[in-house]
Design a protein around this ligand. Structure first.
Ligand code: FES
Length: 175
């Protein structure tokens, strides 16, 4: 009989411990579900080369040609989307085996850059930044030239790696 309070105390403690353990087991997945994906990278821009079609679609020495950059698959924390338009690039073929790609995203504040047929240079309609056919800055508020994108030809097909850069900086830094 002398031991009774100790036994009760022990039973109380054991009950709390078991109850707490069961509660943790039940709550842990719920807490994870609620918090996920906090702290993780959710959307990843594809870093693999993207096929832009046959090299012969770009005429040698002609005006630059604008192409949409479409990723076959983009995944985020919850879903996977197919054929996602990431942006656009201007392609210029200066000789039969030399092709250049420039991002169509203006380095000033990100508007879409167009090609001025009459002046034979690039223009951004938002704040009138102009760039040469090679993408060098000519006038306007942009602090740097158009951003070049890695492009290669594999088995006669154009393969471009899409990249994004920080806006309104003189140095070219990937975003
Ligand atoms: S966004 Fe292109 S000039 Fe401002």
């Amino acid at each position: 009989m002398v031991d009774e309070p100790d036994r009760r105390g022990f039973l109380k403690l054991a009950t709390c411990a078991v109850g707490g353990g069961v509660g943790l087991v039940v709550l842990a997945p719920v807490i994870r579900l609620v918090l996920d994906p906090a702290g993780k990278t959710t959307v990843t821009t594809p870093t693999d080369p993207i096929d832009l079609g046959n090299l012969d679609l770009i005429p040698v020495g002609g005006d630059p040609r604008k192409v949409n950059i479409v990723a076959p698959l983009v995944k985020d924390a919850w879903t996977a989307a197919r054929d996602v338009v990431l942006g656009a690039a201007w392609l210029r073929r200066t000789s039969p085996d030399k092709i250049e790609a420039l991002s169509a995203v203006c380095p000033h504040l990100g508007c879409a850059i167009g090609w001025d047929l009459t002046q034979q240079n690039f223009i951004c309609p938002c704040h009138d930044s102009r760039f040469s056919a090679a993408g060098d800055p000519l006038s306007g508020p942009s602090k740097r030239g158009m951003d070049p994108l890695p492009i290669a030809v594999k088995d006669g097909r154009l393969q471009l790696v899409w990249k994004q850069f920080k806006a309104d900086t003189a140095a070219r830094e990937e975003a």
